[in-house]
Write a protein that binds this ligand. Structure first.
Ligand SMILES: [Zn+2]
Ligand SMILES: [Zn+2]
Length: 364
């Protein structure tokens, strides 16, 4: 099969023939139909976060189950699946309580070890083992994944759209619906209008936000936020966002969401809520950064919290989001700017780097 392999940092992906072993216990072989290209893939190409090389990147895949390994109980050949960035064991107390994002299997660590959850590597080029990425490696025509990372979705849903629900899009929607638990009429300000932020805008619109405010530095992204339901937009390069939010809301928003991963923006998001408000951090800031906020603000009842993958429960929430998309209530297709073939994946990488696209989808 063909796959895009990263051999060294800051180099183009090499699209070449590689081989993939049969699925092992609780694993399935998926023929990929499409995969999103996410900013996280770029972080690993640039070495902002570690992953062993050579590696097949990609973590927003969707496709059709071709074969199931021993012990698989939840899927069968022919099932349409969205591959999730998060893995969970299904057995620990967090999983049983419905918090698979907090699974004690520590899926985030597992995601960067270059293996599948079992510890196995199934990808190779000749005699050389290739590393997996986020237990998925969707920049390839096929992937072997753990059955709990492949979420069955309805067959009439276009896989080249719903693939986005594997990572950032589900995070953005989930951080409003599951983490903030926004209720109709409440106000919310969303910092950052990339894939995650615009998905948060869609989630807030769906939940019936009263005043829905979006913040970014780029007018074209703010235009998109308006199209998707933002009532107010603030260009942070021209106005002071917290001050403007105070004016719009009359004293601060009920919720703010930070979707960039910048600690100074987290401070702005925290400064945008009223005394009993909640600020949710969904962006991933560099691990050595500290948030500059006054402790006194916690004393007056503000909440600062974070979320991993929008607190979503993949097997419950992803099929629900797919239904909402199919009903026209969650237009995630409007995040897709361009489509590419696997052979042109390096062009897709460059377009994302240059900020020319919100999301690109690779179609197989
Ligand atoms: Zn991602
Ligand atoms: Zn678990």
């Amino acid at each position: 099969m063909k796959a895009a392999v990263l051999y060294e940092l800051n180099s183009p992906l090499r699209v070449e023939e590689v081989s993939l072993d049969e699925p092992g216990d609780q694993e399935v072989l998926v023929k990929l139909v499409a995969t999103g290209l996410c900013y996280s893939d770029l972080h690993y190409i640039h070495g902002d976060a570690p992953v062993p090389m050579p590696v097949v990147l990609g973590h927003e895949g969707a496709g059709i189950v071709e074969k199931v390994g021993p012990g698989v109980t939840t899927l069968q050949p022919g099932d349409h699946v969205v591959l999730m960035v998060a893995w969970s064991c299904g057995k620990c107390h967090f999983c049983v309580e419905g918090r698979p994002d907090m699974c004690s299997s520590q899926w985030i660590v597992c995601n960067m070890m270059g293996t599948l959850p079992s510890g196995a590597k199934r990808l190779r080029k000749g005699n050389q083992e290739l590393n997996h990425f986020f237990c998925q490696s969707s920049f390839a025509e096929y992937a072997v994944v753990h059955e709990r990372t492949a979420i069955k979705v309805r067959e009439d849903a276009p896989l080249d759209v719903v693939c986005l629900l594997g990572c950032g899009t589900a995070t953005g929607i989930g951080c409003v619906l599951n983490r903030a638990k926004l209720r109709p009429g409440e106000s919310i300000v969303i910092y950052g209008c990339g894939g995650v932020g615009l998905s948060a805008v869609m989630g807030a619109k769906l939940a019936g936000a009263g005043k829905l405010i979006a913040v970014d530095m780029l007018d074209q992204k703010l235009e998109k936020a308006k199209e998707l339901g933002a009532d107010y937009v603030i260009n942070a390069s021209q106005e002071d966002p917290p001050q403007r939010v105070m004016e719009i809301t009359g004293g601060g928003a009920d919720y703010s969401v930070e979707c960039i991963g910048n600690v100074d923006v987290v401070a702005q998001a925290f400064a945008s809520i009223h005394n009993a408000g909640t600020c949710v951090v969904a962006g991933m800031a560099p691990i050595d950064k500290v948030i500059p906020i006054a402790a006194f603000e916690l004393l007056i009842g503000k909440t600062l919290t974070g979320t991993l993958q929008g607190n979503i429960r993949p097997s419950v929430d992803v099929p629900k989001y797919v239904d909402l998309f199919m009903a026209g209530k969650l237009p995630i297709d409007r995040l897709i700017t361009r489509n590419y073939s696997l052979d042109h994946i390096n062009e897709a990488v460059q377009a994302l780097e240059k900020g020319e696209v919100i999301r690109s989808v690779i179609r197989f």
